[in-house]
Design a protein around this ligand. Structure first.
Ligand code: MN
Length: 418
């Protein structure tokens, strides 16, 4: 054997080994097959509509119910007789939603669950929000969820929510997303007055109590009394919604960024929008369920509220709502809920951070997710010694890998973020 041929064969073996043994990631765009680009665009159009229609968990539930009913889902009531292929949903106080498509197998075979949250960080109005200072009217806010305060000043804001009057009547409020609607904003210092502020750490430069929303500046005409701007704002609110100041006590009003979902980049390859954590997974879980005909195992989708603040409360996952829904479904088939749970499978979906070359020092590159490399499979989360983690077993991860690969789903693993 000539020296040259020997070298060639060695390289071939190396190539073979690389192919056989090494884990090779591939950009999702290099894996697209005919028709998939169009399907992806169509899906993203629906997703962007979902984002624009749902700026709060309440609005997301409404939108999800509309889409579900168009796909043949109907409201579930306890004791309802269900057969394979039946599609039902149950709203928890209009803020969280559970949906199910009944499978061929009984609930004693377990169910497949997709869970995601539909609440997002925002600025909630305090219960006594409206005040006037130096002839400017503001709303006091209490921020909800993990937000970076400096990102909320100087941007246009919309107001969404409900006010429940003393009479019990619920008034919906939505200002900013209609054509010609006014917007709101939170002021920040101009550069030449912000020298001292600029020396502060990012996390403290904008205190939470400074997140006051500017809502008016025009004083009531022909009046000599106090708080003429505030009074003028209240008059407008009363004309439009029939509310008086005390009604704020029983209101849930949220300020959210006033941006419509947009394509990002010359190539339109990304979507920029408020609330993609975690409506990106919520919409995916919902869209998957809406397409189902008759699954083998019953398929369940949970769109949860309150994840951003620890899953607390009667609409969060720590409530009994989901267990109650499952117990009712199980009772319909004479199955013990725990017998169903023992064999059930749940994908707990949420967003993960993709590697950002502009902030490379906070990522561990070998175990980071990358943009365009597909959905992320995260075996465990948790900080320090996996504190707070739900560590999926190797067997379960293997099962998910197999399903994803078998369906040609573009996916990637992501172990942890430093
Ligand atoms: Mn999330």
């Amino acid at each position: 054997m000539s020296e040259e041929l020997e070298k060639f064969e060695e390289e071939t073996r190396g190539e073979q080994l690389r192919k056989a043994l090494l884990y090779k990631k591939k950009n999702g765009y290099d894996r697209l097959i005919a028709g998939e680009t169009e399907a992806m665009e169509a899906y993203c159009t629906g997703y962007k509509q979902f984002l624009d229609a749902g700026k709060t968990e309440r609005e997301c539930v409404e939108r999800a119910i509309t889409l579900a009913e168009l796909s043949g889902f109907r409201p579930y009531s306890r004791g309802m007789a269900l057969q394979a292929g039946d599609k039902v949903y149950s709203s928890n106080r209009g803020k969280a939603l559970m949906l199910a498509v009944i499978g061929r197998q009984g609930l004693d075979a377990g169910v497949n669950i997709g869970a995601a949250h539909i609440d997002s960080p925002r600025l909630d109005l305090k219960q006594n929000p409206l005040y006037e200072s130096e002839e400017l009217a503001f709303f006091k806010t209490h921020y909800y969820g993990g937000l970076r305060k400096y990102q909320w000043v100087t941007i246009p804001l919309e107001l969404h929510g409900v006010v429940v009057l003393k009479s019990g009547q619920t008034v919906r409020v939505s200002v900013g997303d209609g054509a010609g609607d006014p917007l709101f904003t939170i002021d920040d210092l101009l550069p030449h007055l912000g020298a001292e502020q600029s020396k502060k750490p990012l996390g403290t430069a904008i205190p939470g109590e400074n997140l006051n929303i500017l809502v008016g500046s025009r004083p009531l005409r022909d009046d000599e009394g106090s708080d003429r701007v505030k009074l003028s704002v209240l008059e407008l609110l009363n004309l439009k919604y029939g509310i008086v100041e005390e009604d704020f006590i029983s209101a849930e009003l949220c300020a959210v960024p006033a941006f419509k979902a947009s394509d990002i980049g010359f190539d339109r390859s990304l979507i920029g929008a408020y609330g993609q954590d975690d409506r990106v997974c919520a919409y995916a879980s919902l869209a998957a369920l809406l397409q189902l005909q008759i699954p083998e195992r019953t398929a369940v989708c949970i769109l949860a509220d309150k994840e951003e603040i620890g899953s607390e409360g009667v609409t969060g996952m720590k409530s009994g709502a989901f267990d109650g829904f499952m117990a009712d479904l199980c009772a319909g088939q004479g199955v013990l809920p725990r017998a169903c749970y023992e064999k059930s499978f749940c994908l707990s979906a949420d967003v993960t951070a993709a590697y950002d070359p502009n902030f490379s020092d906070v990522y561990e590159k070998r175990n980071s997710a990358f943009v365009n490399y597909g959905v992320c499979l995260c075996k465990y989360t948790g900080a320090r010694g996996k504190s707070g983690a739900s560590d999926a077993s190797a067997e379960l991860v293997a099962q998910v890998r197999k399903v994803l690969d078998g369906s040609n789903v573009v996916w990637q693993d992501r172990k942890s973020v430093v």
